[in-house]
Design a protein around this ligand. Sequence first.
Ligand SMILES: [Zn+2]
Length: 236
Amino acid sequence: MKEQIYMLVKIQGIEVQAKSIKSTLNDASRKLEVIDAELNEFERTIEEQKSIIDKLKKKYRDYESEIQINLDRGKKTQVKLRSVKTNREYQSLLKEIEEEKAKNSKIEDKMIECLDRMDETEKIIAMKKDEYLQLSGSIMSEKEIMKQESEQGRIKLAKLDKDREEISCMIDPELLKKYLTIKKQNQPGLAIVPVKDALCYGCNVNLPPQLYNELFLGNSLKFCPNCQRIIYLRES
Ligand SMILES: [Zn+2]
């Protein structure tokens, strides 16, 4: 029985270790997701700013052609000016020319504003790109480390699975079944716990002296009357 109990303890140790590795692997993959989302957010912002620049460029070209149209119109008015007959006509054409000039001057102001905004947006893009490069540089090495650690974790997990398989073959099937049932009832706690100085390490309650004495014989399976876990004597 002692040997069987020893193997159960070993199985439980393997299970605890495997569980902790699995949780580390899960944490790592969640962390990788967060990192990727952060990088994507940068890319999205940069794309957004680029599309703002494209819109501004289009607006600028529109202003340019508007100015050209006004200039052409102005030239035609100048030609007309040479052939006017009356002063009234002449005054009215001059007024037209002045209005065209004023219009263009307003458009030019808008063009300057457009250029300023393009400049600002370019600056934001450059800044974001810079931040992105810095972040992705450090993140890439972090990701590489995490990937390597995860790979090691998976190898270790596979080894633990194999060990568990091997040991469970050596345990009496009835005993293993009992262990698994108790384990299920005590999730996420332990199913087999040591007893030291008559104290159950599963529930911190003292065992009856009779039971404690029987544990020393080590010839049969014993359970804690309080928490129902399998108990064994910790000899140290
Ligand atoms: Zn107990």
